[in-house]
Design a protein around this ligand. Sequence first.
Ligand code: ZN
Ligand code: ZN
Length: 212
Amino acid sequence: MAVFIKELARYFNQSIFYSRIIFTISAFLFLSLEVCAQEKIYILPLGEIDEEVIQNLKNKLPEVFSLEVEVYNPKKIPLSSFNPKRRQYHSSLILEELSKDKLKGYTLAVCDVDLYVEGLNFVFGEANPFNKICIISLTRLKQEYYGLPKDNNLFLLRSLKEAVHELGHVFGISHCANPKCVMHFSNSLLDTDRKDFNFCNLCKRKIKNVHR
Ligand code: ZN
Ligand code: ZN
């Protein structure tokens, strides 16, 4: 009888053990699917944007973030964000307006108009981590803007750096003191050109913690 009870207890212990494993695996799969469903980067062209820039971002961003990248159909820039006195667009207002749409995953809006926020002459971009959305402007990334000869490779690289920087903010990463790190603050294009398009090791670790 004692042996029978022992066997029975062993059987129940084993059942509990196996059901725990099955539960853990199911929970893991469910969470993974949930994360995969959410974690995608969506590029949203605002107005007419050079297709080469979009394709370059679509190809290069997965290298940095290890996430799939999709491109939305282009949208018009919200007119309410235009400031006729400054002849610039208020980036925070654009982000606010875009957040009203049901956007999936992490959104990177790309525009080719000059952006500003209160208190600054211009901005290369802005991020709103709360709504998982950011925007970059291509206007001041072109050599032609400064009366210099066109340099397409430099332009594509700058747009990638600005996109990674703003998306980094969306992932909750703040500015980095390392001038080579993509999260270093760009006061001018000199700073942008000096830095890499990727994160330094410290910021890479922070990004990994966000993905976890
Ligand atoms: Zn920044
Ligand atoms: Zn860094």
